[in-house]
Design a protein around this ligand. Structure first.
Ligand SMILES: [Zn+2]
Length: 118
């Protein structure tokens, strides 16, 4: 299950940002996940619960935006929806489309809890 290693990487980045901002914990994290990335939503949710244990994201609300795939045909430049990586161009039938959207996996935003100062 490769989702867990991806998640651990996301957590590391988010924690680093939160620490830089002097935060005590992260209350919400929003992720953009391309539908052409190799992420399986159910596996991702399951791995997320494992991955955030004992991290600053343990209580964080997870918001995931699944970004639909879009490709541009290398031959006729038509931009079309990609359901899978090697979908043919609907215009000319070529298979070599450049993926312009849908492979990304990135942190869109995080919301942090300030440290309590007494
Ligand atoms: Zn084409």
């Amino acid at each position: 299950m490769h989702e867990l290693s991806i998640i651990l990487n996301i957590i590391e980045i988010a924690e680093q940002e939160a620490k830089n901002a002097g935060a005590a914990s992260i209350s919400c994290i929003e992720l953009d996940i391309g539908s052409l990335s190799t992420i399986e939503p159910a596996a991702f949710d399951f791995a997320w619960k494992q991955g955030v244990r004992n991290s600053m994201l343990e209580q964080a609300k997870l918001v995931t935006n699944y970004i639909p795939g879009r490709g541009r045909c290398n031959y006729c430049q038509t931009v079309f929806k990609l359901k899978a990586l090697y979908d043919p161009c609907p215009q000319c039938g070529e298979f070599l489309a450049e993926v312009i959207e849908g492979k990304e996996l990135k942190i869109k935003s995080i919301r942090i809890e300030e440290k309590q100062t007494t």
